[in-house]
Structure formats: C-alpha cells, structure tokens
Design a protein around this ligand. Sequence first.
Ligand SMILES: NC(=O)c1ccc[n+]([C@@H]2O[C@H](COP(=O)([O-])OP(=O)(O)OC[C@H]3O[C@@H](n4cnc5c(N)ncnc54)[C@H](O)[C@@H]3O)[C@@H](O)[C@H]2O)c1
Length: 273
Amino acid sequence: MEDLKTAAVRGSGGRLAGKSCVVTGAANGIGRAVAELFAREGASVVATDLDVDGLRRLEKQLPQAVSTVVGDVSRDEDARRMVAAAVERHGRLDVLVANAGVIPLMEITEAGADDWDQVMAVDGRGMFLTCKYAIEAMAPSGGDGAGGGRDGAGGAIVCVSSISGVAGQRGQAVYGPAKFVASGLAKHLAVEWADRGIRVNAVAPGTITTERVARLRDEPGGPEYLAAIEQLHPMRRLGAPEEVAAAVLFLASDEASFITGAVLPVDGGYLAQ
Ligand SMILES: NC(=O)c1ccc[n+]([C@@H]2O[C@H](COP(=O)([O-])OP(=O)(O)OC[C@H]3O[C@@H](n4cnc5c(N)ncnc54)[C@H](O)[C@@H]3O)[C@@H](O)[C@H]2O)c1
C-alpha cells in the first residue's frame, strides 16, 4: 500500500510539460493533491479556491509552478476569472480539473431547500460554469471538426464526480444528485466537443482520506463510522487523495488521447459490486 501511494505521489515528471492547467478547489484534499502532482509533471497550474490561506501555502510550496486565484466557482464572474487567469498568465488553457465541491452529510429528512441549493450551487452550477469558460478558452485552438484531438490540440477537462454521482447509496440523496451533474456534464460535453479536439472525462472516487475525512477518526463515533465505510469498499480500505490525482493526471494527459466521455471509478472496487 505504502509503495503504491508513494509511486502515485512521486510522478514520473514531464507528463504535462508546458501545459497550462486550472485546478478548482486546489487548497485542500483531492484538488491539492492534483495541483501538487500536476506541478511535478511540468504543468503551469492556476490553483483556485475560496480558502485564501490554503492557496497561499500551496503557492509558497511550489512557487515556480503554481499561481492562485481566490474565488467562488458558483459565481459566474469568479469562474470566468479563474479561466481567464490561465490564458493571461500562460497564453492558453490546456487542462481544467473541475474539482471544487462541498460534501453535505445529511439525510433528506434533515435537509431543507437551502441545503439543496447550496450543494447544487457549488457542485452543480460551479461545475457547469468552470466547464463552460474552459471550453470557450480551449475552442479556438481546437481542430476543424475533421479529426479531433489526436495531437492534443484543443484541451482536456476532468470533472471530479463520485461513486455517489454514478450509483445510489444510503444517506447521500442531498449530495449524490449534485455529483450526477459532474458525470453528466462529462458525457454530454464529450460528445459535443469530441470533433473539435476537447476531451471531457470524469473520475468517480470512493471515500478518500482527505484532511476532513481523516479528522473523523478523532470525533465521537468517527472510528466506527469510518470502519463501516471501509467495509463497503471491496479493498477494505479508503483511498488516498494521491490515488485520485494519479487517475486525473492520466485522463488529463495525452496518454488518454482516445478517451472521452469516460467516468473512471477510483474506488477500490466499490462500483463493481
Ligand atoms: N473526499 C471524498 O471522499 C470524496 C469522494 C468522492 C468525491 N469527492 C469529490 O472530490 C472533490 C474534492 O473534495 P475533497 O474531498 O478534496 O474536499 P475538501 O473539502 O478537502 O476540498 C474541497 C476544496 O474545495 C473548496 N471549495 C468549496 N467550495 C468552493 C467554492 N464555492 N468555490 C471554490 N472552491 C470551493 C474548499 O475550500 C476546499 O479547498 C469534491 O468535488 C467532492 O465532491 C470527494
């Protein structure tokens, strides 16, 4: 396990050499692991988030590769600025990782309309807005409709969905439908833009030990809750952010040049059940 994780974290270097990338929700968790791996693979990364301190830490850690934009993906003007920053700073946009999201843990009977609106605003509308502006930025450099992306022209988008955005689960009815937006956008946009050289895919992570999930171990009932979730994954463990980042890197890179519209589970076998 440790070896696998170490290999995923290390990266081979150069798989995104010279690419201009935007990662949303990059200050923490999966987005942070993606930004770190992309930087090691030679990308110029515009890291975006609401969390000013988290972005500052990331920029300090990787000053050559990472610059930042503070903003809220659910706000039209902010989403537009995130993409515009990559074009202004690096001349174009090659890759968007639409990762920013909130994960409410509540049953439908506990939730009100505001809870639904909040998760849909970030995980739904924010995903739509960042994809929209990324496609607008990638479109001019895309193909002419004849071939489609074999030389990497155009761009690649990876939407971070979830196992909850592919299948039903207990207790996820407030969050899961918003993650279906990520899986759905990946499929619809993939078909619409394939002949203009823009690939759009999604990853569907199982439960991942981000800082937030790891903190549950110290909360009352947390260890039991996590142990129960581990048992739901056939590998009988949770995933690491770096393991999701490795899958995102593959889909974003030219190695995935004939893959579009895919929703790749990164879930220890969860969705195979
Ligand atoms: N952790 C998991 O188990 C898991 C599993 C499946 C899918 N996911 C998905 O992975 C993505 C990242 O989640 P994570 O677990 O790393 O969470 P996280 O809370 O560790 O990180 C999410 C980041 O997004 C930022 N963010 C939240 N709302 C934002 C907004 N409106 N605008 C800009 N940034 C915003 C947060 O500040 C934070 O830095 C989410 O889309 C989530 O749905 C997570």
